[in-house]
Design a protein around this ligand. Structure first.
Ligand code: AP5
Ligand code: MG
Length: 218
């Protein structure tokens, strides 16, 4: 299945994508993770990305469109993919549609994870990340040992864009540039909205139920 996980910063896209990728055997493609990997490796893209990400701004569309075109052309996407953090603007959504047509694929569903803003603020302020990509929360999703990744044993860190000023900017950017895509995908008939304010496991079960229904109808 070809899936877009959609939602504001902190809605749980990355958390759910990891669980879903395992369950459905499709690659999890997070543009934020790809950019952070480039920042860690100090590539040219990483140096450019950092200036935007630390402020909570979006990178230029052409940069992201190029990344996604390359990634979706790879062989592991042959039987499906799970996009997390892309598209975030109308030009990105239009480019996705062109890329998929060129590759002979369709978008099956856009899952909109809906979470009230006050909950998003709590989630982002308490999130802790690992270099291996795992993500935790100091209250809602604690590692077994405080400050240490369960999966690889590395020290957890606080994302630079999870500081208060950048969080507020990311939420504004989401409302201005990304939220309008809800209408775009609703009109295209592929948008499903999920209550993302429940526990991680309950949200996961709800998404699986919707995807299984959809799969049996495909
Ligand atoms: P990106 O990394 O995509 O960040 P984001 O969209 O702001 O989303 P987050 O990763 O912050 O949240 P999430 O929804 O994944 O939540 P998570 O599962 O971690 O993008 C970062 C930056 O990269 C952008 O600002 C931009 O600069 C650039 N960028 C990326 N893509 C781009 C694009 N397409 N175009 C242009 N620029 C782009 O959960 C959050 C926390 O909540 C965690 O602590 C988690 O444990 C906890 N949690 C999750 N679910 C629950 C739950 N149900 N109950 C309680 N806690 C929960
Ligand atoms: Mg994420």
């Amino acid at each position: 299945m070809n899936i877009v996980l959609f939602g504001p910063p902190g809605s749980g896209k990355g958390t759910q994508a990891k669980l879903l990728a395992e369950r459905y055997g499709v690659p999890h493609i997070s543009t934020g993770d790809i950019l952070r990997e480039n920042i860690n490796k100090e590539t040219k893209l990483g140096l450019e990305a950092r200036t935007y990400m630390d402020r909570g701004e979006l990178l230029p569309d052409d940069v992201l469109i190029g990344i996604i075109k390359d990634r979706l052309s790879q062989s592991d996407c042959a039987s499906g993919f799970l996009l997390d953090g892309y598209p975030r603007t109308l030009p990105q959504a239009e480019a996705l549609s062109t890329i998929l047509t060129e590759l002979g694929k369709n978008l099956d569903v856009v899952l909109n994870i809906d979470v009230p803003e006050e909950e998003l603020l709590k989630r982002l302020a308490g999130r802790r990340m690992c270099v291996c990509g795992a993500s935790y929360h100091i209250l809602f999703n604690k590692p077994k040992q405080e400050g240490i990744c369960d999966l690889c044993g590395s020290k957890l860190y606080h994302r630079d864009d999870d500081k208060e000023e950048a969080i507020m900017n990311r939420l504004d950017v989401y409302k201005d540039q990304t939220q309008p895509l809800i209408d775009h995908y609703t009109q295209a008939g592929v948008m499903l909205t999920i209550n993302g304010a429940a526990d991680i496991g309950d949200v996961f079960n709800e998404i699986c139920r919707l995807l299984d229904d959809l799969k049996s109808g495909i």
